[in-house]
Design a protein around this ligand. Sequence first.
Ligand code: CS2
Length: 488
Amino acid sequence: MERLSNKTLPTLPTNVPRPTYDRQAITTGVVHLGIGAFHRAHQASYFDAALRSGDRRWGITAASLRSTAVREQMAPQDGLYSLVVRDGSNEQIRVIGAVRDVLVAPEDPARLVSALASADTHIATLTVTEKGYKLDPATGALLIDDADVAADLASLERPRTAPGFLVAALAQRRAAGLQPFTAMSCDNLPHNGSRLRDAVLAIAAHHDPRLRDWIAEHGAFPETMIDRIVPATQPADITALAERLRVEDRAMVKAEPFSQWVIEDRFAGERPDFAGLGAQLTNSVAPWEEAKLRLLNGAHSGIAYLGGLAGVEFVHQFVALDPGRAFVEGLWDEAATTLSPPSGLNIAAYREALMSRFANPSLQHRTRQIAMDGSQKLPQRLLSPIMARLERGLPIERMALAVAAWMRWQSGRDDAGNSFVVDDPLAAITAARLAGALSPEDQVAALLTVDAVFPPRLAADQGFRTILNRHMRALAEHGALATLKGVR
Ligand code: CS2
């Protein structure tokens, strides 16, 4: 079967929306770092909407920082791909044309730097996952011992890290008399804009203090909260879509109908009419981000480890179990007391909507996918709200159960005895700490010493440790499902 491309686009069923603009006539105002499914299903669809509205500045040059996989999916398709939005039995397809070019950074780092340094580029967006910022998850300090960071500190000839690429390009812009671009993190990090700014300024300061000061003065690193559930595409999704489109689309992405983008109103230069495109501009992103990280993502991580241990494959299956749903509601009761919701966010309504989003059966969101990189996710999703509740003497039963499930997950064996690879940048460290720790209590003690995850104050909290010990013992003796049923 032929692939989706400029050539086959006219053969698609007429009811499938496609680019209404001349793709050759657009400029690329956006350079994106880390083109995975999330960028294609979220930010790119907003820039596509800008192009459809007649604002031709917002084509995208996208880069993979590591693998060639996405370029192989997209280049033969002239950058075209379908966004398949699924809700129960309802499915809507739209072909997105915003991505003009896909680069693979390590093949030709200079090409990505020039794209970022181009006068046409106004915004750099990033989805490089939590670990891509090269910051210690617990303290936010730059990981100067990381090999890629060390390389970027030594030379920016061939940058390796996302912040390194931004610094190299900002240096060229400054030399060329251009303004900086707006650098927008779209990852689930707390204060993602400030974290990105910290990483960029730290690398810039190392090379040239005047460059650092120029970026600090003229650059912009807005905070953002981004939300859309985007499960990894499976081969069966591609086959099903090919039956409908009569062409094959290997770059398709699937997502839920819900999509939210809250952006701090802070830009270094041009931007599209974000508000007109459905994003929210605000002066304060933090309360939105905190609510999303602690309710949506906190529950997701709990579901990932408890569900993963119990052999529950998908999120919707977990919340279809009575103890699963009750656990999520109970976790939200705990998390909700730690929030200061922005006006415009009704927590009860948000929770209700969130539960329906989790229950969407057609997304097939794998618990395994969410379980990835837990060391980078736990601090903002679970440990911060746990500390907030401990300070007020409030119980942390369910949030601690989610943390205990993460601890048990680090041993790489589920309740049925199946072993799996722990997919996490700190997996070697957690495995080394766990070596020789046989009892659940010893395992808790061993993992609490991982200070990139657990701040010393929390690790030393006896109450926290006692609850973790109890949960770990229950998980070891009875399994995740029985532990969930027994949670008080
Ligand atoms: C998930 C997120 O994989 C994960 O860690 O919790 O990707 C989640 O689906 C998104 O943040 C939803 O906006």
